[in-house]
Design a protein around this ligand. Structure first.
Ligand SMILES: [Zn+2]
Length: 452
Protein backbone atom coordinates (compact mmCIF):
# COMPACT_ATOMS: atom_id res chain seq x y z
CA UNK A 1 0.00 0.00 0.00
CA UNK A 2 2.81 2.34 0.93
CA UNK A 3 4.63 1.51 -2.31
CA UNK A 4 1.53 2.15 -4.40
CA UNK A 5 1.09 5.50 -2.75
CA UNK A 6 4.67 6.41 -3.55
CA UNK A 7 4.21 5.36 -7.16
CA UNK A 8 1.08 7.46 -7.46
CA UNK A 9 2.89 10.44 -6.00
CA UNK A 10 5.73 10.01 -8.47
CA UNK A 11 3.33 9.79 -11.41
CA UNK A 12 1.57 12.96 -10.29
CA UNK A 13 4.89 14.75 -10.04
CA UNK A 14 6.28 13.82 -13.49
CA UNK A 15 4.24 16.20 -15.70
CA UNK A 16 4.91 19.05 -13.27
CA UNK A 17 8.63 18.35 -13.53
CA UNK A 18 8.46 18.30 -17.32
CA UNK A 19 6.62 21.60 -17.33
CA UNK A 20 9.12 23.14 -14.95
CA UNK A 21 11.93 22.03 -17.22
CA UNK A 22 10.20 23.63 -20.22
CA UNK A 23 9.78 26.83 -18.24
CA UNK A 24 13.42 26.83 -17.15
CA UNK A 25 14.52 26.94 -20.80
CA UNK A 26 15.02 30.45 -22.07
CA UNK A 27 12.10 31.97 -23.94
CA UNK A 28 12.20 31.42 -27.70
CA UNK A 29 11.08 34.14 -30.08
CA UNK A 30 10.99 33.29 -33.77
CA UNK A 31 10.96 36.00 -36.43
CA UNK A 32 9.37 34.80 -39.67
CA UNK A 33 8.55 36.55 -42.94
CA UNK A 34 11.34 39.14 -42.65
CA UNK A 35 14.01 40.48 -44.97
CA UNK A 36 17.31 40.56 -43.10
CA UNK A 37 19.95 43.30 -43.21
CA UNK A 38 22.76 41.68 -41.21
CA UNK A 39 24.78 44.86 -40.57
CA UNK A 40 27.61 43.67 -42.81
CA UNK A 41 26.40 42.97 -46.36
CA UNK A 42 24.83 45.36 -48.85
CA UNK A 43 21.75 43.23 -49.47
CA UNK A 44 18.61 41.91 -47.86
CA UNK A 45 18.53 38.19 -47.06
CA UNK A 46 15.18 36.55 -47.74
CA UNK A 47 13.72 33.12 -47.03
CA UNK A 48 15.27 32.76 -43.58
CA UNK A 49 13.82 32.88 -40.08
CA UNK A 50 15.71 34.21 -37.06
CA UNK A 51 15.42 32.40 -33.75
CA UNK A 52 16.12 34.24 -30.51
CA UNK A 53 16.59 32.23 -27.34
CA UNK A 54 16.98 34.22 -24.13
CA UNK A 55 19.12 37.20 -25.05
CA UNK A 56 20.95 35.71 -28.04
CA UNK A 57 20.31 35.00 -31.70
CA UNK A 58 20.74 31.22 -31.84
CA UNK A 59 19.72 30.23 -35.35
CA UNK A 60 19.25 31.79 -38.78
CA UNK A 61 17.82 29.32 -41.31
CA UNK A 62 14.77 28.54 -43.44
CA UNK A 63 11.70 27.16 -41.65
CA UNK A 64 13.08 26.85 -38.12
CA UNK A 65 11.22 24.52 -35.74
CA UNK A 66 10.65 25.86 -32.23
CA UNK A 67 9.46 24.46 -28.93
CA UNK A 68 5.75 24.78 -28.18
CA UNK A 69 6.19 27.69 -25.79
CA UNK A 70 7.85 29.81 -28.51
CA UNK A 71 6.44 33.13 -29.54
CA UNK A 72 6.25 33.66 -33.30
CA UNK A 73 6.50 37.14 -34.74
CA UNK A 74 5.44 37.66 -38.35
CA UNK A 75 7.42 40.56 -39.81
CA UNK A 76 5.03 40.97 -42.75
CA UNK A 77 7.97 41.13 -45.15
CA UNK A 78 9.55 44.10 -43.39
CA UNK A 79 13.28 44.59 -42.76
CA UNK A 80 14.89 43.03 -39.68
CA UNK A 81 18.17 44.73 -38.79
CA UNK A 82 20.59 44.99 -35.87
CA UNK A 83 19.89 47.67 -33.26
CA UNK A 84 21.78 50.91 -33.94
CA UNK A 85 24.93 51.84 -32.00
CA UNK A 86 26.00 55.38 -31.16
CA UNK A 87 29.74 55.56 -30.48
CA UNK A 88 29.76 59.02 -28.92
CA UNK A 89 26.96 59.99 -26.55
CA UNK A 90 26.77 61.87 -23.27
CA UNK A 91 23.58 60.53 -21.73
CA UNK A 92 24.13 62.51 -18.52
CA UNK A 93 24.74 65.83 -20.24
CA UNK A 94 21.09 66.77 -20.56
CA UNK A 95 21.92 70.41 -19.81
CA UNK A 96 25.00 72.35 -20.94
CA UNK A 97 28.06 70.94 -19.13
CA UNK A 98 28.54 73.73 -16.59
CA UNK A 99 24.83 73.69 -15.67
CA UNK A 100 24.65 69.90 -15.48
CA UNK A 101 27.59 69.89 -13.08
CA UNK A 102 27.17 73.04 -11.00
CA UNK A 103 23.67 74.47 -11.33
CA UNK A 104 21.24 71.61 -10.93
CA UNK A 105 20.63 68.89 -8.36
CA UNK A 106 22.29 65.61 -9.37
CA UNK A 107 18.90 63.88 -9.03
CA UNK A 108 17.35 66.28 -11.56
CA UNK A 109 20.14 65.61 -14.07
CA UNK A 110 19.79 61.87 -13.41
CA UNK A 111 16.02 62.06 -13.97
CA UNK A 112 16.49 63.82 -17.30
CA UNK A 113 19.18 61.30 -18.26
CA UNK A 114 16.82 58.42 -17.45
CA UNK A 115 14.30 59.89 -19.88
CA UNK A 116 17.07 60.44 -22.43
CA UNK A 117 18.09 56.78 -22.13
CA UNK A 118 14.49 55.69 -22.80
CA UNK A 119 14.25 57.97 -25.84
CA UNK A 120 17.60 56.71 -27.14
CA UNK A 121 16.30 53.14 -27.08
CA UNK A 122 13.01 54.19 -28.68
CA UNK A 123 14.98 55.80 -31.52
CA UNK A 124 16.42 52.34 -32.18
CA UNK A 125 19.78 52.71 -30.44
CA UNK A 126 20.31 49.55 -28.45
CA UNK A 127 23.94 50.33 -27.52
CA UNK A 128 25.92 53.49 -26.86
CA UNK A 129 29.52 54.26 -26.02
CA UNK A 130 29.15 57.04 -23.51
CA UNK A 131 32.02 59.49 -24.01
CA UNK A 132 32.00 60.97 -20.52
CA UNK A 133 29.78 61.76 -17.56
CA UNK A 134 28.78 59.93 -14.36
CA UNK A 135 26.64 57.33 -16.09
CA UNK A 136 27.29 54.21 -13.95
CA UNK A 137 24.12 54.49 -11.86
CA UNK A 138 21.95 54.88 -14.92
CA UNK A 139 23.70 51.96 -16.58
CA UNK A 140 23.09 49.83 -13.49
CA UNK A 141 19.36 50.61 -13.44
CA UNK A 142 19.08 49.83 -17.18
CA UNK A 143 21.03 46.56 -16.90
CA UNK A 144 18.85 45.54 -13.94
CA UNK A 145 15.79 46.10 -16.14
CA UNK A 146 14.40 48.78 -13.83
CA UNK A 147 14.28 51.48 -16.52
CA UNK A 148 14.45 51.14 -20.31
CA UNK A 149 17.59 52.24 -22.11
CA UNK A 150 20.49 51.11 -24.29
CA UNK A 151 23.48 49.03 -23.30
CA UNK A 152 26.13 51.49 -22.12
CA UNK A 153 29.90 51.32 -22.57
CA UNK A 154 30.75 53.93 -19.92
CA UNK A 155 33.79 56.21 -19.88
CA UNK A 156 32.69 57.87 -16.62
CA UNK A 157 34.91 60.79 -15.53
CA UNK A 158 36.84 62.58 -18.26
CA UNK A 159 40.58 62.70 -17.67
CA UNK A 160 41.87 66.20 -18.30
CA UNK A 161 44.88 68.34 -17.51
CA UNK A 162 44.50 71.47 -15.41
CA UNK A 163 42.92 74.13 -17.59
CA UNK A 164 41.97 71.46 -20.12
CA UNK A 165 38.58 70.61 -21.61
CA UNK A 166 37.52 68.66 -18.52
CA UNK A 167 38.50 71.38 -16.07
CA UNK A 168 35.17 73.09 -15.53
CA UNK A 169 36.16 76.15 -13.49
CA UNK A 170 35.04 75.43 -9.96
CA UNK A 171 36.09 78.77 -8.53
CA UNK A 172 32.60 80.09 -7.84
CA UNK A 173 30.91 76.80 -7.22
CA UNK A 174 32.73 75.13 -4.38
CA UNK A 175 30.65 73.12 -2.02
CA UNK A 176 30.91 74.27 1.57
CA UNK A 177 34.58 74.07 2.37
CA UNK A 178 33.57 73.42 5.99
CA UNK A 179 31.67 70.21 5.18
CA UNK A 180 33.29 69.04 1.98
CA UNK A 181 36.70 70.65 1.81
CA UNK A 182 37.73 72.51 -1.33
CA UNK A 183 36.23 69.81 -3.48
CA UNK A 184 35.15 70.62 -7.01
CA UNK A 185 31.70 69.17 -7.71
CA UNK A 186 32.91 68.04 -11.13
CA UNK A 187 35.33 65.74 -9.36
CA UNK A 188 33.13 64.92 -6.39
CA UNK A 189 30.27 63.64 -8.56
CA UNK A 190 32.44 61.80 -11.06
CA UNK A 191 32.27 64.17 -14.02
CA UNK A 192 35.94 64.80 -14.45
CA UNK A 193 39.39 64.00 -13.13
CA UNK A 194 42.04 66.69 -13.42
CA UNK A 195 45.53 65.23 -13.47
CA UNK A 196 48.99 66.59 -14.32
CA UNK A 197 52.21 64.67 -14.74
CA UNK A 198 52.80 60.98 -15.25
CA UNK A 199 52.07 59.75 -11.68
CA UNK A 200 48.81 61.69 -11.53
CA UNK A 201 47.53 60.53 -14.89
CA UNK A 202 48.32 56.93 -13.97
CA UNK A 203 46.28 57.33 -10.80
CA UNK A 204 43.46 58.98 -12.75
CA UNK A 205 43.25 56.08 -15.23
CA UNK A 206 43.32 53.56 -12.40
CA UNK A 207 40.53 55.37 -10.56
CA UNK A 208 38.37 55.69 -13.66
CA UNK A 209 38.80 52.00 -14.45
CA UNK A 210 38.07 51.15 -10.83
CA UNK A 211 34.77 53.00 -11.23
CA UNK A 212 33.71 50.51 -13.91
CA UNK A 213 34.64 52.34 -17.12
CA UNK A 214 34.96 50.11 -20.19
CA UNK A 215 37.46 52.55 -21.76
CA UNK A 216 39.01 55.85 -20.71
CA UNK A 217 38.17 59.19 -22.25
CA UNK A 218 40.93 61.76 -22.24
CA UNK A 219 40.94 65.38 -23.26
CA UNK A 220 43.88 65.82 -25.63
CA UNK A 221 43.16 69.27 -26.99
CA UNK A 222 41.28 72.50 -26.54
CA UNK A 223 37.56 72.37 -27.02
CA UNK A 224 34.52 74.30 -28.13
CA UNK A 225 32.55 74.05 -24.91
CA UNK A 226 35.44 74.01 -22.41
CA UNK A 227 35.58 76.80 -19.88
CA UNK A 228 39.15 77.91 -20.53
CA UNK A 229 40.98 76.25 -23.37
CA UNK A 230 41.43 77.69 -26.87
CA UNK A 231 40.88 75.17 -29.66
CA UNK A 232 44.53 75.09 -30.75
CA UNK A 233 45.95 73.94 -27.40
CA UNK A 234 47.52 70.49 -27.20
CA UNK A 235 46.68 68.95 -23.84
CA UNK A 236 48.86 66.34 -22.11
CA UNK A 237 52.50 65.74 -23.02
CA UNK A 238 53.53 62.67 -25.03
CA UNK A 239 54.82 61.18 -21.76
CA UNK A 240 51.48 61.67 -20.00
CA UNK A 241 49.60 60.32 -22.99
CA UNK A 242 51.80 57.20 -23.23
CA UNK A 243 51.30 56.56 -19.51
CA UNK A 244 47.53 56.79 -19.94
CA UNK A 245 47.58 54.36 -22.86
CA UNK A 246 49.82 51.97 -20.95
CA UNK A 247 47.56 51.95 -17.87
CA UNK A 248 44.48 51.34 -20.03
CA UNK A 249 46.29 48.52 -21.83
CA UNK A 250 47.21 46.85 -18.57
CA UNK A 251 43.47 46.61 -17.90
CA UNK A 252 42.94 45.13 -21.36
CA UNK A 253 41.20 48.20 -22.71
CA UNK A 254 42.02 51.45 -24.54
CA UNK A 255 41.92 55.23 -24.52
CA UNK A 256 39.71 57.43 -26.66
CA UNK A 257 40.82 61.04 -27.05
CA UNK A 258 38.97 64.26 -27.65
CA UNK A 259 41.32 66.04 -30.08
CA UNK A 260 40.83 68.86 -32.57
CA UNK A 261 44.22 70.25 -33.58
CA UNK A 262 46.59 68.34 -35.83
CA UNK A 263 49.28 68.35 -33.16
CA UNK A 264 46.88 66.92 -30.56
CA UNK A 265 45.61 64.18 -32.89
CA UNK A 266 49.14 63.21 -33.91
CA UNK A 267 50.42 63.15 -30.31
CA UNK A 268 47.50 60.95 -29.28
CA UNK A 269 47.88 58.56 -32.21
CA UNK A 270 51.63 58.25 -31.70
CA UNK A 271 51.04 57.50 -28.00
CA UNK A 272 48.72 54.61 -28.90
CA UNK A 273 45.24 56.12 -28.52
CA UNK A 274 42.87 53.99 -30.61
CA UNK A 275 39.87 56.26 -31.11
CA UNK A 276 40.08 59.93 -32.06
CA UNK A 277 37.00 61.95 -31.17
CA UNK A 278 36.29 64.88 -33.56
CA UNK A 279 39.79 65.10 -35.13
CA UNK A 280 38.59 67.92 -37.35
CA UNK A 281 41.89 69.69 -37.93
CA UNK A 282 44.03 66.59 -38.48
CA UNK A 283 46.34 67.01 -41.47
CA UNK A 284 46.31 64.57 -44.41
CA UNK A 285 49.58 63.09 -43.07
CA UNK A 286 48.10 62.51 -39.61
CA UNK A 287 44.96 60.94 -41.08
CA UNK A 288 47.16 58.62 -43.14
CA UNK A 289 49.04 57.69 -39.98
CA UNK A 290 45.68 56.81 -38.40
CA UNK A 291 44.90 54.63 -41.40
CA UNK A 292 48.27 52.89 -41.09
CA UNK A 293 47.79 52.24 -37.36
CA UNK A 294 44.13 51.23 -37.68
CA UNK A 295 42.97 54.08 -35.42
CA UNK A 296 39.25 54.90 -35.50
CA UNK A 297 37.97 58.31 -36.49
CA UNK A 298 34.93 59.13 -34.41
CA UNK A 299 33.84 62.47 -35.79
CA UNK A 300 30.43 64.07 -36.29
CA UNK A 301 28.54 65.48 -39.23
CA UNK A 302 25.32 66.82 -37.75
CA UNK A 303 26.85 68.99 -35.02
CA UNK A 304 29.09 70.85 -37.42
CA UNK A 305 26.42 71.25 -40.10
CA UNK A 306 24.38 73.31 -37.64
CA UNK A 307 24.65 77.03 -37.04
CA UNK A 308 25.24 78.56 -33.63
CA UNK A 309 21.59 79.52 -33.19
CA UNK A 310 20.36 75.97 -34.04
CA UNK A 311 21.51 74.60 -30.69
CA UNK A 312 18.67 76.27 -28.82
CA UNK A 313 20.97 77.35 -26.01
CA UNK A 314 22.69 80.67 -25.60
CA UNK A 315 26.31 80.27 -26.63
CA UNK A 316 28.88 82.62 -25.10
CA UNK A 317 30.74 84.63 -27.77
CA UNK A 318 34.06 82.81 -27.30
CA UNK A 319 32.33 79.42 -27.61
CA UNK A 320 30.49 80.52 -30.76
CA UNK A 321 33.79 81.68 -32.27
CA UNK A 322 35.44 78.33 -31.51
CA UNK A 323 32.44 76.48 -32.95
CA UNK A 324 32.63 78.44 -36.22
CA UNK A 325 36.35 77.75 -36.44
CA UNK A 326 35.84 73.98 -36.05
CA UNK A 327 32.88 73.92 -38.43
CA UNK A 328 35.15 75.08 -41.28
CA UNK A 329 37.14 71.84 -41.09
CA UNK A 330 34.29 69.32 -40.81
CA UNK A 331 33.67 68.76 -44.51
CA UNK A 332 37.38 68.39 -45.24
CA UNK A 333 37.95 65.68 -42.61
CA UNK A 334 34.98 63.60 -43.83
CA UNK A 335 36.17 63.77 -47.45
CA UNK A 336 39.74 62.83 -46.53
CA UNK A 337 38.59 60.03 -44.22
CA UNK A 338 36.54 58.58 -47.07
CA UNK A 339 39.44 58.99 -49.51
CA UNK A 340 41.94 57.23 -47.24
CA UNK A 341 39.46 54.55 -46.16
CA UNK A 342 39.75 55.26 -42.43
CA UNK A 343 37.86 53.16 -39.91
CA UNK A 344 34.81 55.36 -39.41
CA UNK A 345 32.83 55.22 -36.21
CA UNK A 346 29.30 56.58 -36.11
CA UNK A 347 28.60 58.93 -33.23
CA UNK A 348 26.69 62.11 -32.60
CA UNK A 349 28.03 63.93 -29.52
CA UNK A 350 24.55 65.44 -29.20
CA UNK A 351 24.16 66.89 -25.70
CA UNK A 352 22.92 69.89 -23.78
CA UNK A 353 19.15 69.32 -23.79
CA UNK A 354 16.65 66.56 -24.52
CA UNK A 355 15.58 68.46 -27.64
CA UNK A 356 19.11 68.50 -29.04
CA UNK A 357 19.54 64.83 -28.11
CA UNK A 358 16.31 64.07 -29.99
CA UNK A 359 18.12 64.98 -33.24
CA UNK A 360 20.46 61.97 -32.83
CA UNK A 361 19.09 60.01 -35.81
CA UNK A 362 19.68 62.92 -38.19
CA UNK A 363 23.39 62.11 -38.14
CA UNK A 364 22.40 59.21 -40.44
CA UNK A 365 21.09 61.46 -43.21
CA UNK A 366 23.72 64.16 -42.65
CA UNK A 367 26.43 61.69 -43.72
CA UNK A 368 24.78 61.10 -47.11
CA UNK A 369 26.95 63.95 -48.39
CA UNK A 370 29.95 61.65 -48.04
CA UNK A 371 28.78 58.04 -47.80
CA UNK A 372 26.19 55.70 -49.34
CA UNK A 373 23.19 54.58 -47.30
CA UNK A 374 24.80 51.18 -46.89
CA UNK A 375 28.15 52.61 -45.74
CA UNK A 376 26.39 54.73 -43.10
CA UNK A 377 24.25 51.81 -41.91
CA UNK A 378 27.34 49.67 -41.59
CA UNK A 379 29.08 52.38 -39.53
CA UNK A 380 26.13 52.58 -37.14
CA UNK A 381 25.88 48.81 -36.75
CA UNK A 382 28.71 46.33 -37.43
CA UNK A 383 31.60 48.82 -37.60
CA UNK A 384 30.64 50.40 -34.28
CA UNK A 385 30.24 46.87 -32.95
CA UNK A 386 33.83 46.18 -33.99
CA UNK A 387 35.02 49.41 -32.33
CA UNK A 388 33.40 48.33 -29.06
CA UNK A 389 35.41 45.11 -29.02
CA UNK A 390 38.45 47.28 -28.21
CA UNK A 391 37.17 47.24 -24.62
CA UNK A 392 38.25 43.60 -24.54
CA UNK A 393 37.78 42.03 -21.14
CA UNK A 394 36.41 45.32 -19.79
CA UNK A 395 33.39 45.04 -22.08
CA UNK A 396 30.26 45.01 -19.93
CA UNK A 397 28.64 42.74 -22.55
CA UNK A 398 31.23 40.10 -23.44
CA UNK A 399 28.96 37.19 -24.36
CA UNK A 400 28.03 38.07 -27.92
CA UNK A 401 28.67 40.31 -30.89
CA UNK A 402 26.91 43.67 -31.18
CA UNK A 403 25.70 45.43 -34.32
CA UNK A 404 25.19 42.28 -36.39
CA UNK A 405 22.57 39.65 -37.09
CA UNK A 406 24.55 36.48 -36.73
CA UNK A 407 24.20 33.26 -34.74
CA UNK A 408 25.62 33.86 -31.26
CA UNK A 409 25.16 37.66 -31.40
CA UNK A 410 23.14 39.50 -28.79
CA UNK A 411 19.46 39.75 -29.66
CA UNK A 412 19.35 43.51 -30.27
CA UNK A 413 16.97 43.84 -33.20
CA UNK A 414 14.76 46.30 -35.04
CA UNK A 415 11.97 45.73 -37.53
CA UNK A 416 11.71 48.66 -39.91
CA UNK A 417 8.82 49.69 -42.11
CA UNK A 418 10.79 50.70 -45.21
CA UNK A 419 14.18 49.74 -46.60
CA UNK A 420 17.02 51.67 -44.94
CA UNK A 421 19.52 50.34 -47.52
CA UNK A 422 17.58 52.25 -50.19
CA UNK A 423 16.59 55.22 -48.05
CA UNK A 424 18.29 55.61 -44.69
CA UNK A 425 15.95 58.51 -43.86
CA UNK A 426 13.33 55.96 -42.75
CA UNK A 427 15.37 55.61 -39.55
CA UNK A 428 15.01 59.31 -38.74
CA UNK A 429 11.27 58.82 -38.12
CA UNK A 430 11.51 56.02 -35.55
CA UNK A 431 8.08 56.66 -34.04
CA UNK A 432 6.41 55.72 -37.32
CA UNK A 433 8.92 53.38 -38.94
CA UNK A 434 10.29 51.25 -36.10
CA UNK A 435 7.55 48.69 -35.62
CA UNK A 436 9.58 46.50 -33.28
CA UNK A 437 12.47 47.22 -30.91
CA UNK A 438 14.18 44.36 -29.08
CA UNK A 439 17.17 44.70 -26.78
CA UNK A 440 18.84 41.76 -25.03
CA UNK A 441 16.00 39.51 -26.15
CA UNK A 442 13.36 41.73 -24.56
CA UNK A 443 10.76 43.52 -26.65
CA UNK A 444 10.35 47.22 -25.83
CA UNK A 445 8.04 48.12 -28.70
CA UNK A 446 5.88 46.04 -31.00
CA UNK A 447 3.14 47.37 -33.22
CA UNK A 448 2.98 44.27 -35.48
CA UNK A 449 0.01 41.92 -35.53
CA UNK A 450 1.24 38.59 -34.21
CA UNK A 451 0.31 34.99 -35.02
CA UNK A 452 -0.79 32.92 -32.06
ZN1 LIG B 1 31.83 64.44 -26.52
Amino acid sequence: MKRLLMLLMLLAWLPVAAQAQEKAKPQQILFVNVKIFDGVHNRLITGKDVLVEGNHIVKIAPKIKTNRMARIIDGHGKVLMPGLINAHTHLMVTKPFDQAIYTYEPSYIAALATEEARRTLMRGFTTVRDAGGPVMGLKRAIDEGVVPGPRIFPSNAFISQTGGHGDFDPSMTYLSSYFAGQMDKAYLFGWTYTADGVPEVRKAVREVLRSGASQVKIMASGSITGAHDPLDVTEFTPDEMRAIVQEAKKWGTYAMAHAYSDDAVRTAVEAGVLSIEHGLMASPETLQLMKKKGVWLSTQCLNYSKNVEDFGVEMPANVAAKFNEAKKSAERVFRLAKKYGLKMAWGTDTFGSLDVQDTESQELTCRKKYFSDFEILKQATSLNGELLTLSGKRSPYPDGALGVIREGAYADLLIVDGNPLKDIAVLTRPEQTLVLIMKDGKIYKNTLQEKH
